[in-house]
Write a protein that binds this ligand. Structure first.
Ligand code: AMP
Ligand code: MG
Length: 418
């Protein structure tokens, strides 16, 4: 089944509110085999809403909207779509009773405000989608050709509740008899460029990927490879995805660190735990982000010992024992200093492994020899210290995030060796 989605609200167009509803709905409906084939966002304007809904209905005959069901005058979704179907609005006693009860349960006394009574007005012939999380009811409207529009509230919490409780069962009933799914599986890589991944997966062509769609999704964590199948029964889809995932792992080898929502920090902690290794960190340009990534994972205390935010040269020298000569001779962003930071952190904490990061996160401070984004990363473990230089792209936040991810990946690769 193909559905179009229209999210409604001036705040979405202005960019003040990020449209999280659209993403949530698409993800919730995919397992039913429903494809969101088009998404639009329109403002709180009756004629624009009516036009968008009419066009979408003409294409797919199945439309979901969110927003504009509130009690205020800027909420015009209900009358606008009622007009598309040529229906009048009438007062629904059941909804009014529900809203009255909700007000009473919140300790409100006196008559219900007129603007809330408006929320009990529904188009003739509509099915009411109950809102157990707020006042605005949802509406399901269908014409004699079985074309339908489902209107959900804009408030994400209310929308999610209504979607799960009221809309998903309805859509599931409609697609019964078409037991096909849209299903995805995501493999997470880091340290390999998007183009290199694409080359590895396509030359030579991989049969296991032929019937899948492959998406390359670069981000600050690395590149996620998402495999998707559409239009197959559930078991066939899983089988195809399993074959595809195995092929990607084979081609990309140690570049893959996890699947779905896996966090590289959690992967690293698990690897350390199995070797009984403890970690300490020495951070300059990342100012504690590496420590934060590691300690954000529940249960990290058996692996993480601690670290030093050594931002100033004096602190690199006094707390990590970096020789002042090295700092003077090579500068704080250098192979020698990164290595000395890592060795110092390991020495002073007694950890089995220490990671160090020193770099230029920008926007200022770059030079021809050391442009913004230049970062030296070092790892000290088992008596040896290794360092690597990278030049990361992005703004200050991205450079810092990428540096942390890279440091974690240095350790992962070290631990993954047999
Ligand atoms: P409404 O139902 O149009 O009155 O929307 C109520 C509130 O829900 C708005 O102020 C937004 O903060 C939020 N909202 C509306 N639409 C969306 C959306 N598509 N994604 C996320 N939040 C939304
Ligand atoms: Mg609104």
């Amino acid at each position: 089944m193909q559905i179009e989605l229209i999210t409604i609200g001036d705040e979405l167009l202005l960019g003040f509110t990020i449209d999280t509803n659209a993403a949530h709905i698409a993800r919730q409906l995919a397992p039913l085999g429903v494809e969101i084939v088009r998404r639009a966002t329109v403002g709180d304007d009756s004629s624009v809403i009516a036009a968008a809904v009419s066009e979408a209905l003409a294409r797919t005959g199945a439309v979901i909207t969110t927003g504009g069901l509130g009690p205020t005058s800027d909420d015009v979704t209900r009358p606008a779509i009622a007009a598309v179907f040529g229906r009048e609005l009438r007062l629904d006693d059941e909804i009014l009773a529900r809203i009255t009860a909700l007000f009473e349960s919140r300790g409100y006394k006196g008559p219900i405000p007129p603007s809330n009574i408006v929320q009990a007005m529904v188009p003739e012939g509509a099915v009411v989608l109950v809102n157990r999380h707020g006042t605005a009811p949802g509406i399901w409207l269908e014409d004699d050709q079985r074309r339908w529009v489902a209107m959900l509230p804009g408030v994400p919490r209310e929308m999610r509740g209504m979607l799960a409780e009221e809309l998903v069962p309805r859509v599931a009933a409609l697609v019964e008899g078409y037991p096909v799914v849209v299903r995805s599986r995501t493999l997470r890589s880091t340290g390999i460029a998007e183009s290199a991944i694409a080359d590895k997966l396509t030359t030579p062509a991989e049969a296991a990927l032929a019937r899948l769609s492959v998406a390359y999704l670069p981000g600050a964590d690395g590149v996620d490879v998402r495999l998707t199948v559409r239009g197959l029964a559930s078991s066939a889809a899983d089988e195809l995805l399993a074959g595809g995932a195995a092929a990607v792992r084979e081609r990309l080898g140690s570049g893959i660190y996890g699947e779905e929502e896996d966090d590289l920090a959690a992967v690293v902690l698990e690897l350390c735990r199995s070797r009984k290794w403890r970690i300490s960190v020495a951070e300059s340009c990342t100012g504690g982000l590496l420590g934060a990534r590691l300690t954000a994972i529940p249960g990290s205390s058996d692996v993480v010992l601690g670290g030093v935010i050594a931002y100033a040269d004096d602190i690199k020298a006094s707390l990590l024992g970096v020789p002042p000569d090295l700092l003077r001779e090579h500068g704080a962003v250098s192979e020698a200093v990164a290595a000395a930071m890592a060795a110092g952190a390991r020495d002073r904490t007694g950890a089995e492994v220490a990671l160090a990061i020193t770099g230029i996160a920008g926007p200022g401070g770059g030079s021809e020899a050391k442009p913004v984004g230049t970062v030296w990363l070092a790892m000290s473990a088992g008596g040896k210290t290794s360092s690597l230089k990278r030049i990361f792209v992005g703004d200050r936040g991205e450079i810092r995030h990428r540096a942390v991810q890279f440091a974690l990946d240095m350790l992962r690769r070290e631990l993954a060796e047999p």
